[in-house]
Design a protein around this ligand. Structure first.
Ligand code: ZN
Ligand code: ZN
Ligand code: ZN
Ligand code: ZN
Ligand code: ZN
Ligand code: ZN
Ligand code: ZN
Ligand code: ZN
Length: 1810
């Protein structure tokens, strides 16, 4: 029987019972059914199951009810339970692929060495288990998600497979038992249709219901599907069968006829299907309009300004395959499931499910086909999506897995028309945003272009489609299909033409544009991604002769489409003025296929070229771009805003140049090589608008340019010609040579890091990564041309990265200024390259005087196809221009510049080096230039040709007109010349040529038909009526002008002697580098060597004696520059006046800053200078500049920075830094730190003794102590106050908070937050401190006691409240505010004066201890007293002492008494002397006694405390003895040397510690010294600061005696022969035995009850190693792999931004709300508790370190660098990173020395949000 339970349960109890029963029922039902189904006649079993499923899987029930899901699990699993079932199925997994699917932000790997497809990726596990040593791999954070390709030999090489997937596990797996998956096969189809029905039901058109909500409800069901896929190959096979079975789909899809719900549900599905085609049903009805018609639609967008005006244009879609445009039809579950996945915009879980199935080969093929079938629908949905970014990522997540596989891609290309679909969809997409082209003549234009301000382009929505297209074109088999299919190619070309001429710029002539359009980036991105990338993809398959046909076809269609384009925009031969578009993809396709054809396929260029007329047209637009670049740089487009500069820069930028400027230049070179050179040259000058300038006349008119634009435009034109005739990128350079040239030019501009160089080198033709057989790799090339400069580290210096710099021989031989100009985005980079070049020449002694000129470089010979290009250098037109310019430069005409001369000389030299073979065939053509300036076209022979007369047209006012016109008495030849003196008009020349060529090339006289609209528009320039014709007398040749210029440049008459040519030949290399003089000499030499006639001519000219060099005229240029100079001067004055007022305050202290090198304080305190003995200490105020004493009324203070520090507390016993844990097994134990040890000790004392006594027996401040540092500058405290006031009003000051008292030192700009008042006083006092003492110790002890008696009688409060004492109290307040309360209140009663007392003297302790740490932990290095003066400890002690007097120590408890007298024992609660900390006692005494303290009294204190310290040492030592040892030592003779061996015996008797150590007299003495050393060091340092004594250095092993001597504990005369005994420093004023007995008895009384604890207190180790940051592993990956997915211990989640404290290793959630408490995020919170507001954190995902200091933070940089010495912030490159030990040391050093604030500059507030 079958039991189903559809009734609603009643009560809670019943409900539970029912559920229990049902669960049991499910299991037994499942078992029962399974056995039924296994029978031979299973029809009843099948029927029963169907009935059960009918009622369980009811789509009318809400999906949130998981009852159905439970049933399915039970039925599938049978009696063994689902978990168990999963395990069993998994054991039959035969998959050989990894296939792990991941989503965004997952960390994966890519190995270019192993990858066949560039999209290949590996999961971390597979990567780490494979062998990729030495491979080109990187780690990356997945953006769109992906899947592991390990095991898939279609995508990657087998050598890269991991161990597991290399083994082909599948072959050994047993086959699946028949009945295991039987139930799955029966149940799952029903389950899947149920999900589908939910999806149908949830969707309505238009989607009004919240799709996310529907998906959320379905979550458990879809998760279940995903779980199934994880069971491995066996289950995937079952699923594949179900998903692809057409019969099942047919049976189940419609549902039962009688069911109303199912019927409606199915109709819902059908109506959704209906709109799935690209063409809507209505549109299909009205196809017919063949002509493009304007749509009525107008786009609405955020910046509607631009769209609103432009109307969308709709095209008819007649060209496309209707089958692609149609609605979808489904035949299996998989198809409908994908359909809904698309409709629901790719829910993540569904995507993961679909991808998880991919390791099943049958599924993979069917799914790929299904995906392709839905491709158009996917893109249609994408365009409508609100979340197109997310959806794009999900689409690519899937498509990359399918299309990266060549077999699969080819398969669907062949069977499913993939290419047709993609191109059609691309067209469809772009057609949605077409507008009429405005290029040329908008009214009559029939061309349409994409509108770059539409969302589709601006948001890059087309990206997934284009990326798929590029991906499949990378497969040769697919690309071939594309190239063979002519109709596809044609369709593609019409797609490309949508981008031709888009984003047109019109030059603003009157007003500045109101709105700077930002569409340009969308346009550049679109051309690069949608046009250029597919082009490069296709080109990689056109590399060999066999593929010639492909290239020919592409070229043919390019030309056809170009012709259509010219016709559509109505272009004849004249450009509409003031327009430019940077987008000419059709030109560029044509250019690049031409280049490939000649370079790789051996095709004849001639066969691929169109007729001359077409070439002339093709040339126009690229040339216009070159001219516009020059216009933009000459500021002619300023009114169009900054964006136009952005376009000019993007056009040449490294990611675009290969696809834009390079093809353009190449195309122009092709045109130049085929067209008439005179025509080409005149076109160039006309385009650059400098034709008018090219006259010999002194005055000219320019209708097109303003005066100040002429020079830069002329320079631009000449530079362009130089580039055109010298660039060889596509004219014969090999790929390696190109890479080398690119690299050299980038390195010459600047030293580069490896990564920036990688970024700056264009991708084509040499991809920077991956293996291109036969070509030189990036790395090899780099090491050939550059030297590596390792990062240099200086303490306090900025972090440097590893840099590459050109090798010397590269500067000498390869620096190519032309390549630099071509590749510079910023103009300053050209200058930078020249500066670096000059510096190199100077340094190497090659050129030492003046500024060198850009070096001339010889070019590689041209490929025979392009030989015609050289004719450009050998045409009369160019020679006339050169002659004219040389002449004008010589005469100092306006608008000439050094740059012009440099380019002219460059052109001459290029001409000399690239001779044209006089081709007989050429002579058939008629004369090239209609003039008689020069006899021929050869430059070499034209050089020495003398021009006698030139006819110019000038205004009547020109100087030429006034000159007396008188033809010279002449020979007949000259007379005839005179008659023919030439007027030369370039424009007229060009127009005539154009006509000629057209007449010649088109015999059909088509030109007669062509409307010559342009010719009526054209007005010849220079026709204003005032012009008159004048004849100039010249009598110069180019050679003579060159020689005159040589004289002019060298400022020497006859600078070239008649015989100089003979001297030249000796060393030709001498002339490689130099200035203009060198260049002219080089040219003359070349001319002389190559032509006898030139040589004779040169010798003749040089032999003549010239008149003195023409004095420099006050030319208009000069005047202009003077004017400019004057204006600038005036502006500068005005500015200075303003500044003077503004900065008078700062100025005063900046000026005094100049001579404060030797402050008076230093001199005053120098005791050797007797003459200043009587004078008061003087201080300079860095604000007002006055100097004077610090007085009670007007105190002076030191600029100080107070900060809380826990550096001391983090010290450990071991000198080895603790290791950062990188596995779960490793841990850091914090208990052994100095801070923790002191806390334990104090707590232990407090459990035994009176609190107030405890608080005087230790020091605190190990954690959270206040450290005081100063820059050494002083200021009046009242000056400081007004300074702070001005800062508060100054909005510019940022980076610190004035309200918190923060400021920067007005003089040195160091960060500070308080002012420490200076003690007023006379230096006589200083002397009195030092008075030598002959008093007996007992007398001194008594004097000290008396002084201490005064304590109570000397309260500060009774003295008049002076300004000074007020300031002193203020700084005390600052000190207290610096640290947190918990670091001050150690007593049992919070806020008691005892706490305050402890805190105050501990401040002194902290600062002394830190100084010791900074000195390396000992005082062996010594130090002059000057060091003490630069420190502020003396002033700090004074302030502390003044404050400490507020407290009185109960004289009854005065430790001095107990230290120096034998007295009856006191209350137990007092801390025994043997437990007290001697350094603390010393500081307490010093600070509580009347100031200033005499040195003799100080020494007395040190001596008495030494007695105690030594006794403590003995006690601690004897505690380590074994009883036997104790016995032996107490009777041995060694200790008898000191008079108190009995004391030792006394001490020994209560100690019971066992120890097996063996002690010698030497080791005992050594450990006693070690025990006392910290005390001696501290005393010595204190003395140094109080009295300015020099610290004498000593070897480390003699430190004890050195310090003892320094403190006067020992006879100053050293006795090196005798071993030093620590006991000889003892000095007792009472019986040592009695006193020590007394101290011991204090402990022995206690020891009875608390032996163990008193032992702990007695045996203390006072030595701490210097502080260290954690020890880090060498390889960053070790840290990253462990921590990037580690869960936080507080919130148990994996943080989004994990961070690590480098001081203690704590792992925190940076910025995470999860761990925020009291409004403070975890990182900041930790910094407060671990470092007293200083924190050093390593950001795991970024590899950088941030510093937190109080309320501020800064980015410190990284201590991990890649193999090239570079940081990789945010792990963008993902290359292996290694610890840079030097950097880490710098970091640690800054931490220990508390200099983060001073060295790091960019601080910002963190608002507790880190
Ligand atoms: Zn894997
Ligand atoms: Zn693997
Ligand atoms: Zn590899
Ligand atoms: Zn002052
Ligand atoms: Zn300063
Ligand atoms: Zn920490
Ligand atoms: Zn946390
Ligand atoms: Zn957290």
């Amino acid at each position: 029987g079958m039991q189903t339970n559809c009734e609603e349960p009643v009560g809670d109890f019943e409900c539970m019972m029912a559920a229990l029963l049902l669960r049991r029922d499910k299991k037994s039902t499942a078992a029962h059914l399974k056995s039924d189904l296994n029978r031979t006649d299973n029809s009843s079993g099948v029927r029963q199951l169907q009935e059960l499923l009918d009622s369980v899987l009811n789509p009318e029930k809400p999906p949130a009810d998981t009852e159905a899901l439970d049933w399915c699990k039970c039925l599938i699993a049978g009696e063994e339970g689902f978990e168990e079932f999963c395990k069993t199925v998994r054991s039959y997994d035969n998959a050989t692929l990894c296939g792990l699917v991941w989503t965004a932000n997952f960390v994966a790997y890519r190995c270019r060495t192993c990858g066949i497809s560039p999209c290949m990726s590996l999961c971390a596990e597979c990567f780490n288990n494979g062998d990729h040593t030495g491979h080109d791999f990187n780690m990356f954070r997945s953006q769109a998600g992906g899947a592991c390709d390990c095991g898939d030999s279609n995508v990657m090489r087998e050598t890269g497979f991991c161990r597991r997937h290399r083994l082909r596990t599948g072959e050994n797996v047993p086959s699946v038992p028949r009945d295991l998956l039987l139930m799955s096969e029966m149940v799952l189809p029903r389950f899947i249709i149920c999900i589908i029905q939910y999806l149908r039901d949830g969707y309505t058109e238009p989607a009004e219901r919240d799709l996310q909500k529907v998906l959320q409800q379905l979550e458990p069901q879809i998760t279940f599907l995903e779980e199934l896929t994880k069971m491995g190959g066996a289950m995937r096979t079952v699923l594949t069968k179900i998903l692809t079975n057409q019969q099942t789909f047919k049976d189940l899809s419609m549902g039962q006829e009688e069911n109303v719900f199912a019927k409606k549900n199915y109709e819902n599905y059908l109506s959704a299907l209906k709109n799935s085609g690209l063409v809507s049903v209505e549109e299909k009805a009205q196809t017919g309009a063949a002509e493009p018609t304007r749509g009525s639609e107008t786009g609405e967008d955020q910046d509607g300004q631009s769209i609103g005006q432009r109307k969308r244009v709709k095209l008819s879609s007649s060209t496309k395959d209707p089958s692609i445009m149609d609605s979808l039809k489904h035949k299996c579950f998989l198809e409908e499931l994908l359909f809904w996945t698309i409709k629901y915009e790719f829910p993540q879980k569904m995507v993961t499910f679909l991808l998880n199935m991919l390791p099943d080969q049958d599924y993979k093929i069917t799914f790929t086909k299904t995906f392709v079938q839905h491709y158009a629908f996917i893109m249609k949905t994408l365009m409508k999506s609100q979340e197109s970014d997310t959806m794009s990522n999900r689409i690519v997540h899937i498509s990359v897995q399918l299309f990266s596989n060549e077999d699969l891609a080819r398969h669907v290309t062949e069977e499913c028309q993939l290419l047709d679909i993609m191109v059609t969809v691309l067209l469809y997409m772009m057609e949605s945003c077409l507008i009429k082209s405005e290029l040329q003549d908008e009214e009559n234009s029939r061309h349409v272009v994409v509108n770059c301000s539409e969302a589709l382009l601006k948001n890059n929505t087309y990206w997934p489609l284009v990326s798929d297209f590029i991906n499949i074109l990378s497969h040769q088999s697919v690309a071939k299909k594309f190239l063979e299919d002519h109709s596809l190619l044609m369709l593609w070309m019409s797609f490309v033409s949508f981008f031709q001429g888009m984003n047109l710029n019109k030059r603003e002539l009157s007003e500045h544009v109101e709105f700077e359009s930002q569409t340009y980036y969308a346009a550049f991105a679109a051309e690069l991604e949608a046009c250029a990338q597919p082009m490069w993809g296709l080109l990689t398959h056109c590399k060999v002769k066999e593929t010639q046909e492909y290239t020919k076809t592409v070229v043919r269609y390019c030309l056809e489409t170009l012709q259509i384009w010219f016709d559509a925009i109505g272009f004849v031969d004249e450009l509409a003025p003031n327009q430019v578009t940077f987008h000419l993809p059709l030109h560029r396709y044509y250019a690049m296929f031409l280049s490939k054809a000649v370079k790789c396929q051996g095709l004849d260029l001639e066969s691929l070229l169109p007729d001359q007329e077409m070439l002339m047209r093709i040339m126009v637009h690229p040339l216009q771009i070159q001219a516009s670049l020059s216009e933009i740089h000459s500021n002619m487009w300023v009114r169009n805003g900054l964006q136009i500069k952005g376009q000019a820069m993007t056009y040449v930028q490294s990611h675009f140049c290969n696809s834009m400027i390079d093809p353009d230049i190449f195309l122009l070179q092709v045109c130049a090589s085929r067209l008439d050179p005179d025509y080409f040259i005149s076109s160039v000058f006309e385009r650059f608008k400098v034709v008018d300038l090219l006259t010999m006349a002194s005055v000219h008119q320019n209708t097109a340019l303003d005066g100040e634009q002429e020079r830069p435009m002329l320079e631009g034109a000449l530079t362009f010609l130089v580039i055109l005739s010298s660039l060889r990128i596509h004219l014969g350079m090999a790929d390696d040579e190109i890479l080398r040239a690119e690299m050299v030019s980038q390195l010459c501009m600047n030293d580069r890091t490896h990564s920036s160089l990688l970024d700056l080198i264009p991708e084509n033709p040499n991809p920077k990564s991956g293996i291109v057989p036969g070509s030189c790799s990036f790395e090899e090339m780099l090491s050939a041309v550059a030297d590596f400069k390792a990062p240099v580290f200086e303490l306090g210096g900025s972090m440097q990265q590893g840099m590459y710099t050109p090798k010397a021989e590269v500067w000498e031989k390869e620096f190519d200024p032309i390549m630099v100009i071509l590749r510079t985005v910023y103009r300053r980079d050209v200058q930078s390259a020249m500066d670096r070049y000059s510096a190199f020449l100077k340094q190497s002694g090659m050129h030492t005087t003046g500024n060198p000129w850009p070096p001339y470089k010889e070019r590689t010979p041209l490929h025979p196809c392009y030989k015609g290009l050289d004719r450009l250098l050998h045409c009369k037109t160019l020679h006339i221009v050169i002659f004219t310019l040389l002449y004008k430069i010589w005469l100092d005409h306006s608008n000439m510049s050094e740059h012009v001369l440099c380019m002219v000389l460059y052109l001459i030299e290029l001409g000399l080096d690239n001779q044209v073979e006089e081709d007989k065939g050429d002579e058939v053509r008629p004369s090239h230039c209609h003039d008689s300036w020069f006899p021929g076209t050869n430059l070499l022979s034209n050089l020495h040709h003398v021009i006698n007369y030139v006819r110019v047209r000038v205004p009547e006012t020109a100087p030429e007109v006034k000159r007396e016109r008188e033809p010279p008495a002449s020979t007949s030849a000259e007379a005839s010349n005179f008659g023919q003196a030439q007027v030369f008009s370039l424009v007229a020349e060009r127009r005539r040529k154009f006509q000629e060529i057209i007449n010649r090339s088109s015999t059909e006289a088509s030109q007669a038909v062509r409307p010559k609209s342009s010719s009526t528009r054209w007005v010849p320039p220079g026709t204003p009526p005032q012009l008159v014709t004048e004849i100039l007398e010249i009598h110069e040749s180019m050679l003579s002008l060159l020689i005159k210029l040589h004289q002019k440049l060298s400022a020497k008459q006859n600078s070239l002697s008649a015989t100089w040519l003979e001297d030249m030949d000796a060393n030709p290399n001498r002339h490689a580098h130099g200035d203009g003089i060198t260049a002219i000499e080089r040219i003359l030499t070349k001319a002389a060597t190559r032509s006898h006639q030139s040589k004779r001519s040169i010798q003749e000219i040089c032999g003549k004696v010239f008149p003195p060099v023409a004095p420099k005229k006050n030319s208009p240029t000069a005047k202009k520059t003077m004017d400019k100079e004057e204006r600038r001067q005036r502006a500068r004055e005005r500015q200075q006046k303003l500044l003077a007022e503004f900065a008078s305050r700062q100025k005063s202290f900046m000026e005094t800053a100049m001579d404060v090198e030797s402050p008076d304080t230093e001199a005053a305190m120098d005791l050797g200078a007797s003459e200043v003995k009587e004078s008061e200490v003087l201080y300079d105020c860095v604000i007002c500049g006055q100097s004077g004493p610090s007085t009670e009324d007007r105190p002076t203070g030191l600029v100080v920075l107070l900060q809380a520090s826990s550096v001391l507390g983090h010290r450990c016993k071991s000198d080895e830094a603790k290791k950062l844990p990188t596995t779960d097994e490793e841990r850091i134990y914090p208990a052994d730190t100095c801070g923790a040890a002191h806390d334990v000790r104090l707590a232990l004392m407090q459990s035994f003794f009176k609190d107030s006594s405890c608080l005087q027996s230790v020091s605190i401040g190990w954690d959270g102590g206040v450290y005081v540092q100063t820059c050494g500058h002083t200021l009046h405290i009242d000056c400081h106050k007004s300074y702070m006031e001005s800062l508060r009003n100054d909005q510019v000051m940022q980076g610190f908070s004035v309200d918190k008292g923060e400021f920067t030192c007005p003089l040195c700009r160091q960060f500070a937050n308080s002012v420490l008042p200076c003690r007023p006083g006379r230096s006589t006092e200083v002397v009195s401190w030092h008075m030598p003492s002959n008093k007996k110790t007992s007398v001194l002890v008594k004097e000290v006691e008396d002084l201490q008696e005064q304590l109570g009688f000397f309260p500060v409060s009774t003295t008049t409240e002076s300004n000074l004492s007020k300031e002193m109290e203020l700084v005390i307040k600052d000190i207290k505010n610096t640290t947190q309360r918990k670091y001050m209140d150690y007593g049992k009663n919070p806020g008691s004066p005892d706490n305050d007392f402890l805190f105050m003297y501990s401040v002194a302790r902290t600062n002394l201890e830190l100084e010791l740490v900074h000195r390396g932990g000992n005082l062996c290095s010594g130090g002059a007293s000057g060091a003490a003066k630069r420190s502020c400890l003396n002033q700090l002690f004074h302030v502390l002492a003044m404050h400490m007097r507020l407290y009185s120590i109960d004289s009854a408890y005065n430790p001095w008494t107990r230290l120096t007298q034998v007295a009856p024992s006191r209350d137990k609660p007092d801390v025994p002397m043997l437990f007290r900390d001697c350094p603390s006692l010393l500081i307490i005494f010093v600070l509580t006694m009347p100031q200033p303290l005499r040195k003799e009294h100080f020494i007395c204190l040190v001596r008495m405390l030494y007695n105690l310290q030594y006794t403590q040492a003995l006690a601690a030592l004897s505690a380590k003895f074994s009883p036997e040892e104790r016995q032996a030592w107490s009777t041995s003779g060694t200790l008898k040397k000191c008079p108190f061996n009995t004391i030792c015996a006394l001490l020994l008797c209560f100690l019971s510690q066992l120890s097996s150590s063996v002690w010698s007299p030497q080791s005992i003495e050594y450990s006693l010294q070690q025990f006392c050393l910290p005390y001696l060091r501290l005393s010595c340092l204190l003395q140094h600061h109080l009295y300015g004594d020099n610290l004498s250095g000593c070897p480390e092993e003699e430190e004890f005696s050195g310090l003892a001597g320094c403190l006067g504990l020992l006879d100053p005369a050293p006795q090196p022969s005798n071993p030093m005994y620590s006991a000889s420093c003892l000095d007792w004023t009472v019986s040592a035995f009695d006193l020590m007995s007394q101290w011991c008895s204090e402990v022995t009384g206690l020891a009875d009850t608390q032996a163990e604890k008193s032992m702990t207190l007695l045996v203390q180790d006072l030595q701490w190693a210097s502080p260290h940051l954690l020890h880090l592993p060498d390889n960053y990956n070790t840290i990253f792999q462990y921590y990037h997915k580690k869960a936080c211990t507080a919130c148990k989640k994996v943080p989004k931004d994990p961070a690590l404290c480098l001081v203690c290793g704590t792992f925190v959630c940076l910025k995470g709300l999860c761990c925020k408490q009291h409004g403070i995020c975890e990182c900041v919170w930790h910094s407060q508790h671990c470092g007293a507001a200083t924190g050093i954190f390593l950001l795991i995902n970024a590899s950088v370190i941030i510093i937190i200091r109080g309320h501020r933070f800064c980015l410190w940089g990284s201590v991990y660098l890649d193999a090239h010495g570079e940081e990789d912030r945010d792990l963008r490159r993902g290359k292996p990173l290694f610890l840079c030990v030097e950097r880490y040391r710098v970091l640690e050093q800054q931490w220990v020395s508390h200099t983060f604030d001073h060295i790091n500059k960019r601080w910002g507030p963190h608002y507790n949000g880190l």
